[in-house]
Design a protein around this ligand. Structure first.
Ligand code: ARG
Length: 577
């Protein structure tokens, strides 16, 4: 149990003993200001209000029942009834020593592990992954890592766009190239160019366009040769994505791909079911559901087209089918989507409709975790100089090149091999961290200089802090034995308390799907470590062995926390830089 949960339990108990009804909680939080203890329980005020008693007196009654012998060395009541808890150094020492012995850093396996389906990355396979896919891919991956760390059963779903009319055009183009003796892999080496080329072909050559349209129909009716070409296209396109995932250190694999096409067979059933329920109706030849729940200001219901005139299905239709699959087959308890905020209306329609049709029971949590846009320095969505979309592969390569140039200047003593490793980890880490550390829902401005800075809340700063601690261990060498933690100074206490909050922070991250909370935390850990290391020397010769052992232990827990925390963000550390 982490410190917070432990204290909540204790305060809850005291509140009950003081005669407060169970529905009034302790409202426990880390204290924000120095001098107000380490944790604050603020529940007395709300309880007193409801019970029509004096909040300060009620707080006193709680404190009288609060059993924190050996845990806190001071409990005070402040203001109208805040209960400030000052934790005892001895207790914190013992708790930190336990962290040292625990490979999971205090994380216990979830008491009720959930099956969590996470829909993320999900690029359109017709084109190459571009910067627009970065956020979903890395935010989603941070979440699956954190959920797994907590012991949940996570099912990744890469809902790739592998269906739709543009595939007719791409298949027709691929067929020509293959007939000319090219291998699919080679023809599709540059997907972006291939797409442009087939589009041009489509726009300028009527015969080609006719064939492309014909292939859409053939694809839908399961024509073998057309299906084969489509499979080829998908295979090569997915390989491009997989390469990006590997470079980005993202945990998605081919097994996680469950593209739109996977739901094809279920789409007629989705439409039929919605008709049977009286939800779908014909409107100008199309099948449409009108949702009053999402009516606009004038009271006009929100239309969701589920089948076009002519029979084609839509994005919403396959999302509804995917939801049923996730609820009924995958048996999800919680379904999380990481998709751009610009698709908020779409997701809202899909969720509302799925609930209304009872495709998904209320017990399953449906969550769209939207995010803002990555902007260029001009404050407009990030583009190449000529205004085109930036390929993710190009962006990542540039990140590594820029990091390599910095490392060459900063760390001339590293071996060539080490330089390559460090540049890769720093470059990729910088791009990911710059994104993950921003509040997800906001837009942010992409800036090479700030993300690659070795100062401030950046990946290089944290990676550097980690290597710095590793070098302490190397220097400590033989005398580097970690012993029980004995907290003596304020700097030691502040750092230890922070380290003990790791699992609290991870809990907040998985509850709210906000990885920036973890970034802020890690930055605080690194900063508190720097303060600690300045105030509490470890390697100086006049340090007695017990103190050195304790401080090395604190350093060890710090290093492991930084390592694990960065790992949950999908960012690698190294031993030297
Ligand atoms: N392929 C879509 C796009 O590129 C994103 C899919 C998101 N997931 C979903 N279930 N709709 O915009």
């Amino acid at each position: 149990m982490n410190v917070r949960d432990f204290l909540i339990h204790k305060v809850q108990h005291a509140m009950q003993a003081a005669g407060i009804p169970a529905e009034y909680g302790p409202h426990l939080a880390p204290s924000r200001k120095a001098g107000f203890g380490d944790y604050q329980a603020n529940g007395a005020m709300a309880a007193a209000k409801a019970m029509r008693t004096n909040p300060r007196e009620l707080a006193q009654a709680i404190v009288a029942q609060l059993q924190l012998d050996g845990v806190a060395d001071k409990i005070e009541i402040a203001g109208p009834g805040f209960i400030n808890i000052h934790l005892a150094n001895n207790w914190l020492s013992e708790m930190t020593s336990q962290l040292l012995a625990d490979p999971n850093l205090g994380q216990e396996k979830a008491a009720q592990p959930q099956t969590v389906v996470v829909d993320y990355s999900s690029p359109n396979l017709a084109k190459e992954m571009h910067v627009g896919h970065l956020r979903s891919t890395i935010i989603g991956d941070a979440l699956v890592r954190a959920l797994e760390y907590q012991g949940h059963n996570v099912i990744r779903q890469n809902h790739v766009g592998d269906w739709g009319t543009q595939f007719g055009m791409l298949i027709a183009e691929l067929e020509e190239e293959i007939d000319d003796g090219e291998v699919a892999e080679f023809a599709l080496k540059d997907l972006e160019a291939f797409y442009q080329q087939s589009k041009q072909h489509f726009d300028e050559d009527e015969e080609f366009a006719r064939r492309a349209r014909d292939y859409v129909v053939k694809l839908q009716s399961g024509d073998e040769r057309i299906l084969y070409l489509w499979e080829q296209f998908k295979k090569v396109s997915l390989k491009h994505s997989t390469e990006i995932y590997q470079q980005l250190n993202v945990t998605l694999s081919d097994e996680d791909v469950r593209g739109e096409s996977y739901y094809n067979e279920d789409l007629p059933r989705v439409v039929a079911d919605l008709q049977k329920l009286g939800l779908a109706q014909e409107d100008q030849g199309a099948q449409v559901v009108f949702l009053e729940e999402l009516a606009d200001k004038e009271g006009k219901p929100s239309p969701v087209i589920i089948q076009k005139q002519g029979g084609g299905y839509l994005y919403a239709t396959s999302d509804l089918a995917a939801l049923r699959y996730r609820a009924n087959i995958l048996k999800a308890d919680r379904i999380m989507y990481f998709i751009d905020a610009r698709q908020s209306l779409h997701m809202n329609q899909v969720f509302t409709l799925a609930r209304k049709a009872k495709f998904v029971p209320e017990s399953i949590s449906l969550e769209h975790h939207a995010f803002g846009t990555m902007m260029g320095s001009d404050g407009k969505p990030f583009k190449t100089r000529s205004g085109g979309t930036v390929k993710l592969a190009d962006l990542l390569n540039e990140a590594v090149e820029r990091a390599a140039a910095l490392i060459a200047l900063k760390d001339p003593d590293l071996s060539e091999e080490e330089k390559v490793e460090v540049a890769e980890k720093v470059g990729i880490g910088a791009v990911k961290y710059a994104d993950l550390s921003k509040t997800r829902t906001n837009d942010y401005i992409f800036n090479w200089d700030s993300m690659l800075s070795f100062e401030g809340n950046t990946a290089p700063y944290l990676q550097y802090a980690y290597t710095r601690i590793q070098s302490i261990f190397r220097k400590a060498g033989e005398q580097g034995v970690e012993t029980a933690v004995q907290i003596e100074t304020d700097e030691e206490k502040a750092l230890a308390l922070k380290l003990l909050q790791f699992t609290e922070v991870v809990e907040q991250v998985t509850r709210e799907a906000y990885p920036h909370v973890l970034c802020t935390y890690l930055y605080e850990v690194a900063s508190l470590f720097m303060r600690f290391y300045e105030a509490c020397p470890i390697l100086k010769s006049d340090i007695d062995p017990a103190t050195r052992g304790s401080r090395l232990a604190i350093a060890r827990v710090t290093a492991r926390t930084l390592h694990k925390g960065l790992d949950l963000l999908g960012i690698d550390t190294m031993e030297k830089m």
